[in-house]
Ligand binder design. Structure first.
Ligand code: SAM
Length: 260
């Protein structure tokens, strides 16, 4: 998978392939990241890449001509790539979108700076706007790097064991189950017996139950978008009756303080 990033900080963005699995994938030729800098097209003495917005107000915008020229460079290098603009106003990035984009051979990411990009340039050049979440960053570079990391993990061969991505949170819709390693005893807590039993079927069932219970406790919204099969339904019903019993026992006592 080939990524092009239109950014004022290409050296920074290209560093995303300098460590870990992405470094290895880059060296194996499975992924590549190339920056395209609007500043390379600046023509004045200050090498300006920003411009004042019409209507006044605080902040600058990315200059149309230099940004457009960098997008054009990216399109020539990656002719089959759609252009994604990182924007707090875009579609929220999730694993489903990551999986969708990972099927593409090429992707161009446009990282905004200042107050963003002229709306007409977005209309003319951008295929999709993607947001990292409901907060504002100083630029789209971190968003681009997050997307490159998440998408690259889905590219066949990038992870040593592709099954590990399939077990991650959201891959099969639910949150991942808890994991344990040596030692068996740690701070008076013992690794659940089932994980040491060597019984594949029981381990799978335990992991599914943990995933469902965690998802219910931490991300109940995940249940709004998924129909449960009979096994999942009975596990969740058991969890609900455990929670109900616990709350009946606690009745009359003050609510505990949150532990963070
Ligand atoms: C300071 S922000 C501009 C925010 C813009 N004025 C707004 O309120 O929608 C500069 C750039 O950072 C990037 N950015 C900021 N927050 C982001 C988010 N939540 N997701 C993705 N990109 C973001 C975008 O590329 C944006 O053009």
């Amino acid at each position: 998978m080939r990524f092009g990033v239109v950014t004022l900080f290409p050296e920074w963005v290209e560093q995303v392939t300098s460590v870990g699995v992405l470094d290895k994938a880059n060296r194996q030729g499975l992924i590549s990241v190339t920056g395209f800098n609007p500043r390379d097209h600046a023509t004045d003495n200050h090498r300006s890449v920003d411009e004042r917005p019409f209507g006044g107000g605080p902040g600058m915008l990315m200059q149309i001509s230099t940004t457009e020229a960098a997008i054009k460079d990216a399109r020539s290098a990656l002719p089959d790539a759609p252009v994604v603009y990182l924007s707090p106003q875009g579609r929220r990035l999730d694993q489903a979108l990551v999986a969708e984009l990972a099927r593409l051979p090429e992707l161009i990411l446009l990282a905004g700076r200042y107050e963003g990009v002229d709306e007409r340039l977005v209309d003319a050049e951008v295929d999709l706007e993607v947001s990292l979440g409901d907060y504002v960053l100083s630029g789209g570079e971190l968003g681009a790097m997050v997307m490159i990391d998440a998408i690259s993990r889905m590219v066949p061969g990038v992870l040593g064991d592709q099954a590990s991505a399939e077990q991650d949170s959201f891959a099969a819709h639910w949150l991942d189950c808890p994991h344990y390693t040596k030692p068996v005893e740690y701070r008076e807590n013992t690794v659940p017996e089932v994980l040491r039993s060597g019984h594949h079927g029981r381990i799978e069932a335990w992991r599914l139950r943990q995933s469902l219970e965690r998802s219910w406790d931490r991300r109940p919204d995940l249940f709004e978008r998924k129909r449960l099969d009979t096994t999942e339904l009975s596990m969740i019903n058991e969890h609900l009756s455990t929670l109900e019993k616990a709350s009946t026992t606690r009745d009359g006592k003050d609510d505990e303080e949150p532990d963070y």
